[in-house]
Ligand binder design. Structure first.
Ligand code: SF4
Length: 92
């Protein structure tokens, strides 16, 4: 089962793309990839509200990854078909 990345805002949907907690709420990623990202309900950051489902949406999400000024749009989250974790331990 996909899980949120530890750095992700809790209101992202699980999956490869997410917004981490360094987002400064500049509003760029919802403009670049409106099918994937939108402002949070609290309007304090953006979130991934769905995962890209088409090549165009993937391209838009990758554009947001490349252009986010704080590198907060991430593409290293779990995917629905993710393989069993080999690095499942959490260091404290
Ligand atoms: S582009 Fe980056 S800083 Fe701007 S709203 Fe999206 S995640 Fe936040």
């Amino acid at each position: 089962m996909p899980q949120l990345h530890p750095d992700a805002y809790e209101d992202n949907v699980p999956g490869k793309y997410y917004i981490d907690k360094t987002c400064c709420d500049c509003g760029l990623c919802p403009q670049l990839a409106p099918a994937v990202f939108r402002p949070s309900e609290a309007e304090t950051h953006s979130v991934a509200y769905r995962q890209p489902a088409t090549p165009d949406e993937v391209a838009q999400a990758e554009d947001a990854v490349a252009q986010c000024p704080t590198s907060s749009v991430r593409n290293d989250g779990d995917t629905a078909a993710s393989q069993p974790s080999k690095a499942g331990s959490v260091s404290v």
